[in-house]
Write a protein that binds this ligand. Structure first.
Ligand code: GLU
Length: 469
């Protein structure tokens, strides 16, 4: 049997972390099993679904590197098929027309709640007495669910769960306006797409019992289920914006690399011994639902940042520069109104190892490159301005400019030895010369080593900045 999984998001908002993790787990499981991974956009709810949200999901999946097999399935296009299945159930006596009015349903709900029970339909149209007058309104269609016995889900993550059928009322399959419900659509589509493993968030666990009843009514094979525990914030509550969690697009915008996000999401609820850094190949080799814990995972931004800085350092410089380039281009355009040039890229790349020591994201890496992109001397921050205002700074800087002009250094080591030489000649310690130099070149007191910084800028710019300080 070929394993076929699917990710089935509703396009009602951005792709959030929980959804992205579900997609990743479905993807990895199918790859691990040598199977297929399908994508179905559940856009049946026309009012809440938007084309922008669909785009955000597709972009998020592409960015995360989760390629799906075949074409995207749009659930709304299957509505005729959903209705046809309901007709089959009606014909077989496994579904029935329910004419209960919204007011009657509300009464049922209220009286169940008053009795401390969960709201449920009382089955009044299941077997109406002969000659019951039929109200003049379109009916909803409900499943004639078994009233005795129990329904079992052998969940691959949560274990065996059994629910008494008396707990499950007759669910609506088609609303009175003829639209299919989520419960109906999801089962028909999963069946038609030959899904073998339904892997999704644990918030759907209770839905599976009713879905199993529907499979049984149709006589269809029941897929395996795996319900992944939810993600919690550090206060133990279900993850939300309150905890600083964002849509996938926001992580991308803050300069998280897709491989860091994959590694992070993988470890949210799945483990392989003590391994923290897990490559894509290892993930595919090791991933199994038995490695998914039952307890909710905790969202931890620091861990994501740690992984991101790891992957930034590990990437080959050319690949990192490629990922960084759009951030640099935007920065230069927005701050300095100029397009990014090949020279800018060369300067940043020359300093990359040093810049990487101070950055956890591509945005931080870009901020650290500001002085390399700035066509002018960067405005000093407070600490740098104070350093430049010190009594002997102006003298040191002009002496440095003269010395650089004499020596014409190009390599980092030559700049460095020139600075040392001048410090010696002036009877000063290295930092007394290096700090004003840093402040003049970068506008900050923290930067990569002065030799490297000068070499990346090039003698011409170094002299301009020293003379303008
Ligand atoms: N469309 C549902 C959601 O976004 C998921 C359905 C499923 O996985 O069965 O929550």
């Amino acid at each position: 049997m070929t394993v076929i999984t699917r990710f089935a998001p509703s396009p009602t908002g951005m792709l959030h972390l929980g959804g992205a993790r579900t997609a990743l787990f479905c993807y990895l499981f199918s790859k691990h099993m040598g199977g297929q991974f399908l994508l179905r956009v559940e856009d049946t709810d026309r009012e809440r679904s938007t084309p922008e949200a669909t785009q955000a999901i597709l972009n998020g999946m592409r960015w995360l590197g989760l390629a799906w097999d075949g074409d995207v399935v749009y659930q709304s296009r299957n509505q005729a098929r959903h209705a046809a299945v309901v007709q089959q159930l009606l014909d077989a006596g496994k579904a029935y027309r329910c004419y209960a009015s919204p007011e009657e349903l509300e009464e049922m709900r209220a009286s169940a709640m008053a009795a401390g029970l969960s709201p449920r339909y009382d089955g009044r149209w299941r077997d109406p007495a002969p000659n019951t007058p039929i109200p003049d309104r379109p009916p909803a269609i409900r499943l004639r669910a078994p009233q005795t016995g129990s329904t079992v889900v052998n969940d691959l993550i949560q274990g065996r769960i059994e629910v008494d059928n008396s707990q499950l009322d007759d669910m609506v399959l088609l609303r009175s306006d003829g639209t299919p419900t989520y419960m109906l659509s999801v089962v028909v589509d999963d069946h038609d797409m030959n899904i073998t493993h339904v892997i999704r968030g644990a918030d759907h666990l209770t839905n599976s019992f009713r879905q199993v009843q529907l499979y049984q009514a149709m006589g269809w094979p029941i897929p395996e289920f795996g319900h992944i525990p939810l993600i919690h914030g550090n206060d133990g509550q279900k993850l939300s914006k309150r905890h600083g969690a964002m849509g996938l697009d926001a992580y991308r915008a803050m300069g998280i690399l897709p491989m860091a996000m994959r590694n992070y999401l993988l470890r949210l609820g799945w483990g392989h011994g003590d391994d923290e850094i897990i490559s894509d190949a290892q993930a595919i080799e090791w991933f199994d639902l038995s490695g998914v814990g039952k307890a909710p995972a905790r969202y931890d931004l620091d861990k994501l940042l740690y992984l991101n800085s790891h992957y930034m350092k590990q990437l080959p410089p050319d690949a990192l520069m490629q990922a960084l380039q759009p951030f640099l281009a935007e920065w230069k355009q927005e701050r300095f109104g100029q397009p990014l040039l090949p020279d800018d890229l060369a300067r940043v790349q020359a300093l990359l190892p040093a810049l990487l020591q101070r950055a956890q994201t591509l945005v931080e890496l870009t901020e650290g490159s500001d002085f390399l992109l700035n066509p002018h001397r960067p405005t000093p921050d407070e600490a740098a301005a104070a350093k430049l205002a010190e009594a002997n700074s102006a003298g040191v800087l002009s002496a440095l400019a003269n010395r650089f002009d004499q020596r014409q250094p190009t390599a980092a080591a030559d700049f460095e030895s020139t600075v040392k030489e001048l410090a010696n000649d002036l009877g000063k310690k290295m930092p007394e010369v290096a700090m004003p130099l840093r402040a003049a070149l970068t506008g900050r007191l923290q930067s990569p080593a002065v030799g490297e910084t000068c070499a990346a800028l090039g003698l011409q710019r170094v002299l301009e900045r020293l003379r303008a300080a």
